[in-house]
Design a protein around this ligand. Structure first.
Ligand code: PLP
Length: 482
């Protein structure tokens, strides 16, 4: 992080004053905000999708840029007076294009899910609408008769999407039934090899040949390995599909040049989406990157799918992307990946079972059934001991998506605090200690419970004390005092 002591001292004054003013209006909000900092400082945050944005990124979000409506695109707005938002959006898009080497960047999406919806509709529009419009003799959608529209709507709503299944590590928006993506598309899912947990490209290709999807989605939320995007593009090309990659989780590793060549999705995918707040360490939000021919369709994200852009967040994206273009970010990204290795090795050498027997990205998926626990029990016991994680399904999970059999860990947040490989080995020791001393509980009528548990006396305190030493050695926002 770029936060120097001097910056932290100024930030202390700014935030202290701001929280006093906010507290004068609604004290509970000022209190919750202070308390959130204290909580984040005091826990081992191992949630793979979270991070700590820099103070300049956080400050950029708290301004009057928030007050401006700016539907439309740079230089083409449906509101007057958007010259400053134009600057903000153009700068953020320029950084995104340069950082990722993408021909086109759309920085308006409010979140990762929004970015995916923009991408879906852009691909549909590009693949279905354009030739169809030509066939109907209309130049744009506004020229279509009601009858033509009816025909077009039938085609738009009748498309096929192939994505990674949730329990193999895919995201809800990749065609999972209860999500809108699983309802608006005919969906099929690809999984991983049951014996290795690894992505099986032959299976993806065979399913794609049979299913003939319009869109193949690659990318993941809980798959602890790298993906060969050149192979995924080959499969998409063979069946005439568009390759969309959702790099929400690993965008920081792409930005930091840890994932290069076939592991960098941007040159291979026609459309790439990301969040900005996970390994990329920016504000909460999304971005769509695209090959030039998809740009006009992506540009219609607002108002097709999105409301007016969050100008203050686009500004913060610009600052975060500028930070990610500094050499220090490459060092950070490499540390994220190295620390994940150290953590995985630390768990495995203490007897823990990992999905795919390791990791080569920023996340680790621990199968807690070897401790006799469900994911829910393990997550709760770890939280009692000050270790913040989230439960997650493992492939073919016998405990379903609610209780699960896994815990997902990620290294981006603690790496931002300066944790080293040695620290992560110690964290692995603490995690194994907690899980080994947790027993599954029973329901009120004495039956086995998937939720209740009993953590042995003293373990929570001992873990918190050990964690506090490490957390004190790597303070969050050093010098920031409220
Ligand atoms: N895509 C992937 C792969 C994700 O892991 C997530 C978040 O967990 C999202 C999209 C959604 O991001 P958001 O919560 O910003 O909508």
């Amino acid at each position: 992080m770029t936060d120097s002591q001097e910056l932290a001292a100024s930030a202390s004054q700014i935030y202290r004053t701001a929280l006093d003013i906010i507290g004068g209006i609604e004290p509970r909000i000022a209190e919750a905000t202070r308390s959130e900092l204290a909580d984040q400082r005091a826990s081992l945050k191992l949630i793979a999708s979270e991070n700590y944005a820099s103070l300049p990124v956080l400050m950029t979000m708290g301004t009057w840029m928030s007050d401006k409506y700016a539907e439309g695109t740079v230089g083409h707005r449906f509101y007057a007076g958007c010259q400053n938002v134009d600057t903000v959006e153009a700068v953020a898009a320029e950084h995104a294009r340069e950082l990722f080497g993408a021909p086109y960047a759309y920085v308006q999406p409010h979140s990762g899910i929004d970015a995916n919806l923009v991408a879906f509709w852009a691909i549909l529009a590009h693949r279905v609408e354009a030739p169809e419009l030509a066939g109907l003799g209309a130049k744009n959608v506004n020229e279509l008769s009601e009858q033509d529209w009816e025909q077009l709507r039938g085609k738009l709503g009748n498309q096929r999407l192939l994505g990674m299944s949730l329990d193999a590590g895919g995201h809800l928006t990749h065609g999972f039934r209860p999500n809108i993506s699983g309802k608006m598309f005919h969906q099929r899912q690809y999984g991983t090899d049951p014996s290795t947990g690894l992505l099986d490209y032959d299976q993806v290709a065979a399913t794609a040949r049979e299913f003939k999807p319009l869109i193949i989605v690659a990318g993941y939320s809980a798959y602890p390995r790298r993906v060969n995007f050149a192979k995924m593009r080959e499969i998409a090309d063979e069946v005439g599909a568009t390759l969309m990659v959702d790099m929400a989780h690993f965008a920081g590793l792409v930005a930091g040049k840890v994932f290069t060549g076939d592991e960098n999705p941007v040159p291979f995918a026609q459309v790439t989406t990301t969040t900005t707040h996970k390994s990329l360490r920016g504000p909460r939000g999304g971005i769509v990157l695209a090959q030039e021919e998809y740009a006009p369709a992506v540009d219609r994200g607002c108002p097709m799918v999105l409301g007016g852009p969050l100008s203050h967040v686009m500004a913060a994206k610009a600052v975060a992307l500028a930070e990610a273009r500094q050499p220090a970010f490459q060092e950070y990204a490499q540390n994220v990946a190295d620390n994940a290795q150290s953590f995985a090795e630390g768990l495995m050498k203490r007897g823990a079972k990992l999905v795919t027997d390791g990791t080569d990205n920023h996340l680790v998926l621990l199968d807690v059934s070897s401790f006799g626990l469900t994911g829910r029990q393990a997550e709760s016991a770890l939280l009692d001991a000050g270790v913040v994680t989230n439960r997650n399904s493992v492939p073919a999970d016998p405990n379903g998506a609610w209780y699960t059999s896994g815990i997902r860990f990620g290294t981006p947040a603690l790496t931002s605090r300066g944790f080293t490989g040695e620290d992560f080995d110690r964290v692995a020791e603490l995690v194994v200690d907690v899980l080994a001393r947790t027993e599954p509980g029973t329901t009120k009528d004495g039956k086995p419970s998937k939720a209740s548990y009993r953590l042995a006396d003293g373990v929570a305190d001992r873990t918190k004390a050990a964690a506090a030493e490490m957390l004190d050695a790597h303070p969050l926002y050093p010098g920031l005092e409220l």
